[in-house]
Design a protein around this ligand. Structure first.
Ligand SMILES: Nc1ncnc2c1ncn2[C@@H]1O[C@H](COP(=O)(O)OP(=O)(O)OP(=O)(O)O)[C@@H](O)[C@H]1O
Ligand SMILES: [Mg+2]
Length: 144
């Protein structure tokens, strides 16, 4: 099985420069046979056939690191469900790919919500940002 290190090596071999503009990086990813998976307000997500267990995300913005610092501000109990990036450098974030298909994103959202009395949507933990890793419900993106 390919590891995140293999994927980083692969990106470097394909001359993906992690600090280039998001447009240049995305062009290069497409040329290197990455498939566009989806996008939010900040990031575009890509997958590659050789690395089906990971997503490569390209951030439009840099200079702040909400995924690593912001997570500490989340309620502890909620933090446990956060799928931390496996790699982060410049505009690139690599994360385990979760299963969001066939209503699984909604199912994951419901299972996480069950643990809380307040509305987790206030952290943008919604079905746009949830899925399963194995049988564990997780959120892969949030906002404070
Ligand atoms: N780990 C993952 N597994 C599966 N799909 C993912 C994963 N990460 C991102 N995606 C897909 O890519 C889209 C954009 O990724 P992400 O939510 O991280 O970006 P964002 O721009 O920060 O989103 P938002 O607008 O919610 O802040 C997601 O809505 C989802 O469809
Ligand atoms: Mg999102």
């Amino acid at each position: 099985m390919n590891t995140v290190k293999d994927l980083v090596r692969f990106l470097k071999k394909k001359k993906v420069d992690f600090s280039e503009s998001s447009l240049s990086i995305r062009k290069r990813l497409r040329k290197s046979k990455f498939r566009f998976l989806g996008q939010g307000c900040y990031k575009s997500a890509y997958v590659h056939k050789k690395f089906p267990e990971f997503v490569v995300k390209v951030n439009k913005y840099t200079g702040w690191d909400r995924d690593c610092l912001g997570v500490m501000k989340l309620p502890k109990k909620l933090r446990k469900f956060y799928l931390r990036p496996a790699f982060q450098k410049g505009r690139i974030v690599i994360q385990r790919r979760c299963d969001t298909k066939n209503g699984n994103s909604v199912k994951a959202e419901i299972q996480i919500q069950k643990n809380f009395r307040y509305d987790i949507g206030r952290y943008d933990v919604s079905d746009y940002n949830t899925g399963f890793v194995g049988d564990k419900p997780v959120f892969f993106d949030f906002c404070l």
